[in-house]
Design a protein around this ligand. Structure first.
Ligand code: GTP
Ligand code: MG
Length: 216
């Protein structure tokens, strides 16, 4: 396989924040990109796909798999160094109300105040589009984030969208979210390079190519 600047040469678990832990306890390392979305939308799978490792992040068929904020140190072939942040999924009804509200506090605190957070990728299932929770999340960061944040919306499981609906699905998502939308699939790797380009640009690294396919 041809090598590209997006190739990841190192990826390792840095640490985690759980309910009750101090959000400032994790040392600031490099510019961060965080992945947010409802339970089971494909956040952990997408991170594994981006870093080209099958098992860096645990994934599961059972919603609610990721139960802490996990941080991963990532180094690309061109020496670009970044931190990927896997957020626990929201909208998981099986958790108690108290637990959900603790989670909301931790995640909101992180999204609002973490100084190194530069890019937020909001994931929505391509077949469902933007729903109430995603709109709330986008509105929250637009209103409350204390320093600049680039926001990208990703339509996950894009392999499940019929080819004839791919363009209109992304156009709709883009209209609803008001930001760049990318279709992504871990099955056929669609959107992989385009998402890397957008993430790297948001983090301030050189993005060496910008394919236009699969975007709106
Ligand atoms: P939580 O940790 O519960 O919040 O879930 P998550 O958002 O991290 O989802 P995860 O990556 O664990 O994936 C959930 C399920 O969706 C798994 O069974 C994945 O294999 C599947 N999945 C993820 N991405 C894709 C995709 O692009 N296409 C298809 N067909 N399935 C996918
Ligand atoms: Mg997960």
């Amino acid at each position: 396989m041809k090598s590209s600047p997006f190739d990841v040469i190192e990826a390792e678990f840095l640490g985690a924040l759980t309910i009750g832990s101090d959000p400032t306890s994790l040392p600031v390392q490099s510019a961060e990109v965080a992945f947010a979305g409802r339970s089971n939308v494909g956040k952990s799978s997408l991170i594994n796909s981006l870093v080209q490792r099958k098992g860096l992040v645990r994934t599961s068929n059972t919603p609610g798999c990721t139960r802490q904020i996990n941080f991963f140190d990532v180094k690309a072939r061109d020496d670009a160094r970044l931190v990927m942040v896997d957020l626990p999924g929201y909208g998981f009804a099986k958790r108690s109300k108290t637990e959900r509200s603790h989670w909301a506090d931790l995640i909101e605190n992180y999204l609002q105040k973490r100084p190194t957070l530069r890019v937020l990728v909001v994931l929505a299932d391509a077949r469902r589009g933007l729903e109430e929770e995603e709109r709330e999340l986008l509105a929250f960061v637009a209103a409350r984030r204390i320093s600049p944040l680039a926001v990208i919306v990703v339509a996950t499981k894009f392999d499940k969208v019929p080819k004839s609906k791919a363009v209109s699905t992304l156009a709709q998502l883009r209209r609803d979210a008001g930001v760049h939308a990318i279709g992504f699939s871990i099955v056929d790797k669609s959107g992989w390079e385009e998402l890397w380009v957008a993430v790297r640009k948001g983090l301030g690294f050189a993005a060496t190519s910008a394919p236009a396919a699969n975007s709106a």
